[in-house]
Write a protein that binds this ligand. Structure first.
Ligand code: ZN
Length: 620
């Protein structure tokens, strides 16, 4: 669940990007940060995505096994500017009879150069060159991953296609500089090399490189004293050297963790992150340089192989919830912004969101009841009933969206809950349900948080999040921090999130990002749901549903079609009309995200008057 404490309107405006029930005594400062970050990221994302162009097999020249060229990607262009398509990729034919290299394709033309002064304007796009035939096997290149230039215009990065790297630099290894670390970022930092030695690509809490998810290779450097600031290129050859990418940067000092300057950031498309991933990285001079030769190449011979983890897609059916008589429109821009956030934060290859326009009827959450647990959990129970009736595939998450007031301030002016979920087990298909408010930008924090609960993930400690996971590892001052350097691919220019400042998405504090601990749990659940068919060991039955809020039980919507039980089995007692115990039964408990619960209870038999769970009772 997500909850806002009551606040004044003025404070609420500051709080829009947050989702925490910050105690009234706490200042609201800092809570606006995530919102601002998100806004910047949206504007700049266009630049970052330039150049990851399509891969396509070009003509192989005159020989049947000649080289295949990849077409140039869209050149990077600034946010808000139209892209200029690269025109590369017309292979002119490899002399494939000998398996030799075909001539590279024509370089794609770069995007418009940065002419503006704002941070959103991009530097030149990457050049696209044709792929090269290797051994007569047409191997498609990969779109260049041109990312826009930084605000200073000094660190534009480019990409290439195929295995040919055309960075207009020399082949001389750079002088006076060494590679101190290499890390892969998909949502956070996974170190793969440190001080010249390969590092197992698993974080402290077990986050791994995810197959089919795009990311960033970051190459950190240490420079000698007296190092002359100059443009260098980091070349990255991937997957048997079939893919060549590069990033150019002006290096003037040694890298620091939280700034992208003075390091190389190579955007790597999802297709490169396969079951087999290997690389070699080197730094070369683009002009002339002098100094000690530290051999800035890793590994010095051959390639380094990286283990990856297969997860899969996250499927969401999004449903408008009619609440207080108001039905929101789930337009494409809302869906897209939710999808982008999920794709950035979750260890998934794709977040597939389908809108089901048949509204969930009869919810009673309004501005007046926005902070009322019972109104929210009753609506969630309607969603559970709806999902049970719809019978979607077992791995589909139902997310209902309500927006009963015109603005978030009107909705939350007296304090509010912004979302609620069941904390579902892997086998509890009908518990994969979340109810959220539909106000942006709040929903961009609430949806990943609530869908996290539906992935079986508890709260992380911080700012009043109930029943927090006692095993959460990175707690300081009662707050659960992210535990790794975070990265959101939507942010352009590139920004790295400080693990000393960012709080885990499953807590209530802000600013928020995902910890490697929660990311690992997400990966485990996603891969489980995408894996073998989940066994349903229990017999199917119809059920009563008992809802518990604040220790009080009430009946929810009965399940009238046979389904297996879901949840933790617990013993309960049945009393007769005189209060005597007449039966011991098993009920199945699924927690709601704020400490309440939903119980599946067998249908009553003759003589059953009262259900007793713990010390709470409810008449049949
Ligand atoms: Zn929660």
């Amino acid at each position: 669940m997500k909850r806002f404490a009551p606040r004044t309107l003025a404070t609420l405006v500051l709080m829009l990007g947050a989702c925490s029930p910050t105690p009234a005594t706490s200042p609201a400062s800092g809570n606006g940060g995530k919102k601002a970050d998100t806004a910047a990221g949206v504007g700049g994302n266009t630049a970052g995505s330039g150049g990851s162009g399509s891969t396509s097999s070009g003509k192989g020249g005159t020989q049947s096994s000649g080289g295949s060229a990849a077409t140039g990607g869209n050149a990077g262009s600034g946010g808000g500017r139209s892209s200029t398509s690269g025109s590369g990729g017309s292979a002119t034919g490899g002399s494939a009879a000998t398996g030799g290299s075909g001539a590279g394709g024509v370089a794609g033309s770069g995007g418009s150069s940065a002419t503006g002064s704002s941070a959103r304007d991009a530097g030149p796009g990457g050049s696209a060159t044709g792929g090269r035939a290797t051994g007569g096997v047409p191997t498609g290149g990969v779109g260049g991953s041109a990312t826009g230039g930084s605000a200073t215009g000094g660190a534009s990065t480019g990409g290439t296609l195929g295995s040919t790297i055309s960075d207009d630099c020399t082949d001389q290894l750079a002088k006076g500089i060494s590679i101190s670390e290499i890390a892969v970022f998909q949502a956070g930092k996974i170190s793969v090399m440190k001080n010249g030695s390969a590092v197992t690509p698993t974080t402290t809490s077990g986050a791994e490189i995810i197959q089919g998810k795009d990311g960033l290779f970051r190459i950190y450097v240490t420079v000698d004293s007296g190092f002359q600031s100059r443009s260098l290129s980091a070349r990255l050859k991937l997957n048997g050297q079939a893919v060549g990418l590069y990033a150019k940067a002006t290096i003037s000092a040694s890298s620091t963790e939280l700034s992208a300057t003075n390091s190389f950031t190579v955007t790597v498309p999802a297709s490169v992150f396969g079951a087999n991933l290997d690389y070699q990285a080197q730094i070369v001079e683009c002009g002339s340089g002098s100094g000690t030769d530290h051999n800035p190449v890793f590994p010095t011979t051959g390639v380094a192989t990286l283990a990856t983890r297969k997860t899969g897609v996250v499927k969401i059916t999004m449903i408008p919830a009619t609440s207080g008589g108001v039905t929101p429109t789930l337009d494409q821009s809302f869906v897209d912004s939710v999808k982008k956030t999920m794709d950035s934060m979750y260890p998934t290859t794709d977040t597939q969101i389908t809108v089901n326009t048949t509204a969930l009827a009869g919810c009673t959450v309004t501005g007046a009841t926005a902070a009322d647990d019972v109104s929210w959990s009753n609506c969630l129970d309607k969603l559970r009933s709806r999902r049970t009736a719809d019978k979607p595939a077992s791995d589909v998450y139902y997310v209902a969206v309500l927006k009963p007031e015109s603005t978030f301030a009107a909705f939350c002016g007296s304090g509010c809950i912004t979302g609620i979920s069941l904390v579902a087990s892997a086998t509890s298909a009908n518990s994969r349900i979340s109810l959220v408010d539909g106000y942006l930008p709040d929903a961009l924090i609430t949806v990943p948080h609530e869908v996290g609960h539906a992935h079986g993930i508890e709260h992380s400690p911080g700012c009043g999040a109930a029943e927090a996971d006692p095993a959460f590892p990175y707690v300081t001052g009662g707050k659960g921090y992210i535990g790794w350097v975070g990265w959101d691919k939507q942010q352009s220019p590139i920004k790295f999130f400080d693990p000393a400042k960012y709080i885990d998405i499953m807590a209530y504090c802000s600013p928020q990002w995902v910890s490697d601990y929660v990311y690992k749990k997400m990966a485990t659940r996603i891969s489980t749901l995408n894996g073998a068919r989940i066994a349903m060991p229990e017999a199917e039955s119809t059920w009563r549903v008992a809802l518990e809020t604040g220790g009080n039980l009430r009946w929810g919507i009965a399940i009238t079609e046979p389904v297996p039980p879901e949840g933790e089995p617990l013993a309960a007692t049945v009393l007769d009309a005189q209060g005597a115990s007449v039966a011991q039964i098993t009920v199945y408990r699924t927690r709601t995200s704020h400490g309440g619960a939903s119980y599946m209870v067998q249908d009553p038999k003759v003589g059953w008057a009262t259900l007793q769970i713990g010390s709470s009772t409810l008449a049949f």
